[in-house]
Design a protein around this ligand. Structure first.
Ligand SMILES: Nc1ncnc2c1ncn2[C@@H]1O[C@H](COP(=O)(O)OP(=O)(O)OP(=O)(O)O)[C@@H](O)[C@H]1O
Ligand SMILES: [Mg+2]
Length: 256
């Protein structure tokens, strides 16, 4: 007898992905023939030197940028433009200043045509999930950086995406808020069972959150590297195995 298992949603297939930019008449190939399969529900971190193409790759996955060659499939369907199954979170939360926390989080659902009361109900659920239950009536200007970013995360989750794409979402936060938010992201990822693709320049953040870390090559045309992070969760930053991964990743960048 054959058991047909339901395939996890949010599977990303990247095939021979190539992207160049022309700056001042010079062509710069940023991503060259990238091949990668991201499992549904996986947490993947993307690291690489500044200018190595992390944001470009994420923008292509989001459908905000078209590749020159090759392409991306989500659950087997080619990506062209934005899609409901994907939500993007940038470094700055970009909240609408004339809407409350609740208004901001419900906005995406209302745009999708969800009745107002149902949109509000669903938005409240995600506002509570990110720990801002008491602030649904607050205005963006009344929030700290960490709180605003949580609103951004709640807004992205409310449309119930299969895939969360994050570009240095915690980059602007202070060290302590950042660690708290990393724990929150870990919990949200586990609860929501979304595929998480996280661009970060913080190697510790990558090890804390990811099942696998994708290292983009420094020299253009070099090969990507994939590192499995085989550690139980929640992860302990002081665990000797964690520290070994940090050393290994640092050495990828010639750091000690
Ligand atoms: N729209 C664009 N037009 C021209 N060049 C671009 C464009 N977007 C990105 N680039 C170039 O592509 C390269 C990769 O940029 P990208 O923003 O993807 O890097 P990154 O890895 O995200 O860097 P950082 O860590 O600094 O955010 C850079 O050399 C950049 O100048
Ligand atoms: Mg970037």
């Amino acid at each position: 007898m054959t058991l047909i298992q339901a395939q996890a949603k949010g599977e990303v297939t990247i095939r021979d992905l190539t992207k160049s930019f022309t700056i001042d008449g010079q062509t710069l190939t940023v991503l060259k023939k990238i091949n990668l399969d991201i499992r549904g529900g996986e947490s993947l971190a993307i690291v690489g030197a500044s200018g190595s193409g992390k944001t470009t790759l994420l923008r292509i996955l989001a459908g905000l940028e078209e590749p020159d060659a090759g392409g991306v499939l989500i659950d087997g369907a080619p990506v062209h433009g934005l899609g409901r199954e994907r939500s993007v979170i940038f470094q700055e939360p970009r909240l609408l200043p004339w809407l409350t926390v609740l208004g901001n989080v419900a906005f995406g659902l209302e745009v999708q045509g969800e009745p107002k009361s149902e949109a509000a109900e669903r938005a409240r659920h995600y506002i509570r999930l990110v720990g801002l239950g008491e602030f649904e009536g607050a205005w963006p200007r009344q929030l700290s950086g960490g709180m605003a970013q949580r609103v951004g995360i709640a807004r992205a989750l409310t449309v119930q995406p299969e895939i969360l794409l994050l570009d240095e979402p915690l980059g602007a936060l202070d060290a302590m808020t950042k660690m708290t938010m990393q724990e929150e992201l870990n919990r949200i990822w586990a609860e929501e069972k979304v595929t998480l693709v996280l661009v970060t320049h913080d190697l510790e953040e990558a090890i804390f959150l990811a099942d696998r870390v994708l290292v983009l090559p420094k020299a253009k045309g070099g090969a990507i590297r994939l590192i499995d992070i085989d550690l139980p969760r929640p992860r302990d930053r002081n665990d000797p195995a964690f520290v070994r991964y940090r050393r290994q990743l640092m050495s990828e960048f010639g750091l000690h």
